[in-house]
Write a protein that binds this ligand. Sequence first.
Ligand SMILES: [Fe+2]
Length: 398
Amino acid sequence: MVQSCAEASPMKWHQAHTTWFFETFVLRPFLPDYKPFREEFRRLFNSYYNSLREEIPEKQLRSSLSRPSLDEVLAFRAHVDEAMERLFAEHVHDDAARRIVLGLNHEQQHQELMLTDIKHAFFSNPLRPAYDPILLEAARDVLHRDFTWHRFPGGVTEIGHAMDPSNPLDFCFDSETPRHKVYLEPFAIASRGTTCREYLEFMNDDAYARPEFWLSEGWETVKKQGWRAPLYWERDASDSTGWRIFTLRGGHPLSALLDTPVCHVSYFEADAFARWRGDRLPTEAEWELAASGRASCGNLLETGRLHPAIASGDGMNQLFGDSWEWTASPYTGYPGYKPLPGALGEYNGKFMSGQMILRGGSCVTPASHIRPTYRNFFPPATRWQFTGIRLAAQRSQP
Ligand SMILES: [Fe+2]
């Protein structure tokens, strides 16, 4: 039932809500003899779909739902699983298949949220429990290597997912379509994510107290929230850096993680860091061009590390996994964008104001969930997700 910040949800709610998705959008419309588990759940576990014409419970009340019990939520899941098996036993209509694939991707998003919500809940508990008690491995390659700039000549390119409408299993979110042309000026993009060591230089230059690096709303947020470091960084006089970091594998001195990518920074911090360096964040089109044609592999959920890892090897690194990378692009519809019909059109389209695009997935994103065209989005002050920085620049030489 724990819900430690406004963005997070209790684990029991995640379990019930992902189950609700299949009951609401697949079983009720497509399985003729389906009997809902409990009629009230239709309203109780609706997250934000207003077109279902119900009063949606306040998000902050999710931690107050002592009933249904976990046992009843698990029974709800078993009931829905059994009905899904019956659905699969017959011919599955293409529209149902599309919704089932969407439901699976929805569940993967919630699996990621569960880990980020647990991390926040454990950090909020003075006992500081570890989700996985095995400490992160000591770094084998601790040599600090500067990143390199990968230069692109610019020109007309295409971004977005080219959907095959005839294949109901060809999945992307509606906001990744249509594929379309964009024009890019020549640009350079960093070969890896920004590290904690690089970010610490920004902090040690007193950047959190210098308004010249910050967007207006960012500066107001820094002052109001008292930000002096990324989320989960705490002062620790016993470490040479003066800091320690809380992870899903417990607390670690910052000196042990200096060359890992910085994470849990807001868009405002990512943008200020880039400005302090004289660089900038990539646009989402630049990021997608740099990632196009590359396999979506990296330090994702399946590595079990649960924290960003040091970049290895030459060439482009860490595009997928480790930390989501903030881009300079606002979340808006691509030219010709059409949300899905009906209530599912609320999945993405209605959030297209006041949010910034992130790319590439994180160390808690399932590998089969991410792709080069994937557009994640959060408000610019968000820090509880694994969100980090990759620099870009207009100049051809750093
Ligand atoms: Fe959801």
